[in-house]
Design a protein around this ligand. Structure first.
Ligand code: ZN
Length: 64
């Protein structure tokens, strides 16, 4: 188990370095300095069911 104070383990999208975000609002890769979009990462992770259903599969007949 990782230390919670280290934050979340991240994988740099630029140089593939593994590091912890240290719970900082702005994540920057300590190796290459690439900035990470925390919002995008959070959204990708927290995919809730309450979100709108997939547009493709919508066999909703007229009337419900
Ligand atoms: Zn990097």
């Amino acid at each position: 188990m990782a230390k919670p104070e280290m934050g979340t383990k991240r994988l740099c999208m630029a140089c593939a370095a593994r590091f912890y975000d240290l719970k900082k609002p702005k994540i920057t890769c300590p190796k290459c300095g690439a900035a990470h979009d925390l919002d995008a990462a959070t959204k990708a992770r927290k995919t809730r069911r309450t979100a709108e259903p997939p547009a493709e599969a919508s066999p909703s007949p007229a009337g419900e």
